[in-house]
Design a protein around this ligand. Structure first.
Ligand code: HEM
Length: 456
């Protein structure tokens, strides 16, 4: 029987009564899709094969010697939590449409991928998502990338050693086109943050029972069906039981200095004083720096980072409709649009991203987010989010503006901000805040089943 990807019940992966098909699915699925894998240190390799047989043999070796299954990962997380032992590193693989062709799949064959956006590749989609022209991307992304290899662990030494082995094993015919290094950042509370200094990665669609059980669920149901991230792997030996996921990779550079100046200008412009000044940045992101949702509270603080909320009682006087988390997850609809975000920050900092140092001490480039997300459909999820929600100034309500964090395209309309939290009084219409995140390149990949890779 095919695994029912639309089942809304979270995966009870360790249940004695787990059916054989779901077990086979988890034994053949890459980790980091249905549950996030530790990747505090991350190496991202971009490879081109150039020889079909050697490329296939390389990936087969990688899968059989270095990659573990999603089920093994879930077991490792359980073992770690019970204090038994640390888990093993993560190795993941994504193949682009050009990669599938180079590995010997015909154009006809590649049509078996239902997702048109994947079949196009990212370079052909710039108009749809308002990306910069390809000749402005970093060199590596201008080239034809066949595969991405992700190597993640809690320790840098482990990642470096594994990266060297994996690169060293590349056949003569293959090229390492380029690589990125990701490195997690944390605030003093220990929560993961991004370069603007805000807690990131808190809200995710959850698929596994252990994770769902830990969440409060009074307002927001964090459990999602597997269809948000999985599709049958068309080239696997048994697509009913072997699954993969569409992986979007985008290198997003952040101009932190400009963002910090914008926060201050907005606070000044609205006349915000004292601790209320932090509300300026929170209106752009939708959460305060410590992760407190702006729709729930007028100030930051007060316990663990909440994800149990909706925007139902908020007409935009608390969290503006344009706020990044409101744009990317309106919560009262669009659940099938949510992706599993698995990115990592990149770039070295000498300052502390979470403190109140002046903007002049902040980096204006060379740092950012290696945005990665797993999708059941790039059309319905990543591209839809970027195109219809984030870049759309009229989403949900007319003239509410682009997503100030990741919106792309002309920000030509004027917008207003609430002056007092929860009160109807708004500022005079003003120009939207300038764009501070720049897309430097990327690609769409498919993370195939282990069964496919082992059978190459
Ligand atoms: C959430 C920052 C790019 C989609 C968040 C949060 C932050 C953040 C601080 C709040 C933490 C959380 O709720 O988990 C950024 C920055 C980006 C970036 C700085 C670029 C440099 C993107 C992109 C997308 C995206 C490209 C998709 C097109 C989301 C989604 C959420 C989120 C879906 C969760 C919303 C929710 O469920 O409440 N982001 N993000 N982000 N972001 Fe981003």
């Amino acid at each position: 029987m095919p695994v029912d990807l639309n089942n809304a019940l979270p995966l009870a992966w360790d249940s004695a009564t787990l059916d054989a098909d779901t077990k086979a699915m988890l034994d053949n699925l890459q980790p980091n899709i249905v549950r996030s894998h530790v990747r505090e240190h991350l190496s991202v390799l971009f490879v081109r094969f150039n020889d079909m047989a050697e490329g296939r043999a390389y990936l087969r070796r990688l899968a059989t010697t270095k990659m573990k299954s999603a089920r093994k990962h879930l077991q490792e997380v359980r073992d770690f939590a019970t204090g038994r032992r640390r888990g093993t590193p993560y190795v993941g693989v994504g193949i682009s449409k050009a990669g599938y062709r180079d590995l010997g799949h015909s154009v006809e064959d590649v049509r078996k991928f239902g997702d048109k956006v994947f079949r196009d590749g990212m370079k052909r989609r710039i108009a749809e998502v308002a990306d910069p022209p390809v000749d402005q991307w970093e060199r590596v992304y201008q080239r034809e990338i066949h595969a991405v290899i992700l190597i993640g662990d809690a320790e840098q030494e482990t990642v470096t050693a594994l990266r060297d082995e994996i690169v060293g094993d590349l056949p003569e015919s293959a090229r390492l086109l380029g690589e990125e290094t990701g490195q997690g950042m944390r605030n003093p509370a220990g929560d993961g943050i991004e370069h603007f200094g805000y807690v990131d990665g808190r809200s995710q669609p959850l698929f596994v029972r252990d994770e769902v059980d830990k969440e409060p669920k009074q307002h927001w149901n964090p459990a999602f069906p597997l269809s948000n991230v999985l599709v049958p792997d068309p080239f696997s030996p048994d697509p009913d039981r072997h699954h993969g996921s569409y992986l979007v990779f985008r290198k997003l550079e952040q101009n932190v200095r400009a963002f910090k100046e914008i926060e201050q200008e907005l606070a000044d412009g609205l006349g915000l004083t004292g601790s209320d000044r932090d509300r300026a940045g929170a209106m752009l992101v939708g959460r305060f720096k410590d992760g407190t949702p702006l729709t729930s509270k007028r100030t930051a603080g007060g316990g663990p980072v909440s994800n149990d909320f909706t925007f139902d009682a908020d007409t935009g006087s608390k969290c503006p409709f344009s706020g990044h988390i409101r744009k990317t997850n309106p919560r009262s609809f669009g659940r099938d649009v949510l992706m599993a975000r698995r990115g990592q920050t990149y770039g070295e900092r000498t300052d502390e991203p979470w403190d109140d140092s002046p903007p002049a001490s902040r980096p204006s480039g060379e740092v950012g987010l290696l945005f990665m997300a797993f999708n059941g459909s790039l059309v319905r999820q990543f591209e839809f989010t970027q195109q219809q929600w984030v870049n759309n100034a009229d989403f949900e309500n007319p003239a509410t503006g682009h997503d100030p964090v990741i919106g792309q395209g002309d920000r030509d309309i004027k917008v207003s901000f609430p002056k007092v939290w929860g009160k109807p009084e708004v500022s005079l219409p003003q120009g939207q805040v300038p764009q501070t995140v720049t897309m430097k390149g990327g690609e769409y990949f498919f993370a195939p089943s282990l069964a496919y890779l082992r059978n190459l």
